[in-house]
Design a protein around this ligand. Structure first.
Ligand code: HXC
Length: 260
């Protein structure tokens, strides 16, 4: 579809990767309500497209997103935030079932950092800057910043090299300060698309189950998370793709996955 604040296109082999580029340059991709509803719609459209296996979300070289739109927020009241569900579009992004890879160049601040963190994987460019500066505006992170920042410190192994370590709430950190290099700015989006292609080559239902298991493990106590994982693993034996995957291995051929 035609969007005002984002560009939505298919990339990768056979168009298997949905690429969403935040495109509100002059405001450093500040996440106004219009942008967030378009983002929600574009991701949901790719999520239900059987030809797409993963999504990449990116911004410009200067800014992934500099946060929620401060001009738009300035006149808000508690009553309007609450009754119009100000952050409803943020919540919707966390319900996408396919993997979303954030390719972050430049500023990822406030709500921009939170949107990146709600993605499954972050590819960070060498000049990426992550931070939650809301405190300077007399408010605080509201889209998961506290929980996610905490989590990324605690659960480093889960994110591995793909997801860089973020600074504490209230500061703005560069990758240099976290002793990580970051990827070259110019090739960042292409590398993220390549990862998206690789993910798209796997069984879609198996990938969706992986995402579900990772999200459950993140929220449940260890024993419950392990139980949830085991049940999903057993469930995979009810899928055509599980049979196909193992059969193809034994027959030394490439598996032919079901579409969805
Ligand atoms: C609205 C913004 C904006 C934002 C930048 N702009 N960030 N507009 N909301 N979050 C606009 C500026 O007003 C300016 O518009 C233009 O983008 C360029 O920004 P400059 O400040 O001139 O650029 P620069 O000097 O390079 O500084 C870049 C910056 C700074 C350090 C990123 O813009 C900045 O501090 N932005 C705010 C970051 C922030 O506090 N984010 C958290 C927001 S609160 P004009 O018209 O003057 O050219 C939040 C809450 C989330 O996100 C709640 C839950 C999801």
């Amino acid at each position: 579809g035609e969007y005002e604040f984002i560009i939505s296109e298919k990339r990768g082999e056979g168009g298997c990767v949905g690429l969403v580029t935040l495109n509100r340059r002059k405001a450093l991709n500040a996440l106004c309500d219009g942008l967030m509803s378009e983002l929600r719609e574009a991701l949901a459209t790719f999520d239900s497209d059987p030809g797409v296996g993963a999504m990449v979300l990116t911004g410009s070289e200067k800014a992934f997103a500099a946060g929620a739109d401060i001009a738009e927020m300035q006149p808000l009241t508690f009553q309007s935030c609450y009754s119009q569900q100000f952050l409803g579009n943020w919540d919707a992004i966390s319900r996408i079932t396919k993997p979303v890879i954030a390719a972050v160049n430049g500023y990822a601040l406030g709500g921009g950092c939170e949107v990146a963190m709600v993605c499954d994987i972050i590819y960070a460019g060498e000049k990426a800057q992550f931070g939650q500066p809301e405190i300077a505006l007399g408010t605080l992170p509201g889209g998961g910043g506290h929980s996610e920042t905490h989590q990324s410190h605690r659960e480093e192994p889960r994110h591995g090299d793909d997801r860089h370590r973020r600074e504490d709430v209230g500061s703005r950190g560069t990758l240099a300060r976290t002793n990580q290099q970051g990827l070259p700015t110019e090739s960042l989006v292409d590398e993220a698309i390549q990862l998206g292609e690789r993910i798209s080559g796997f069984s879609k239902i198996a990938v969706a189950m992986c995402k579900e298991a990772v999200n459950a493990a993140e929220q449940l106590p260890l024993n419950e998370g392990l139980k949830y994982e085991k049940k999903l693993f057993y469930s995979s034996f009810a899928t055509d793709d599980r049979r196909e995957g193992m059969t193809a291995f034994l027959e030394k051929r490439t598996p032919q996955w079901a579409d969805c």
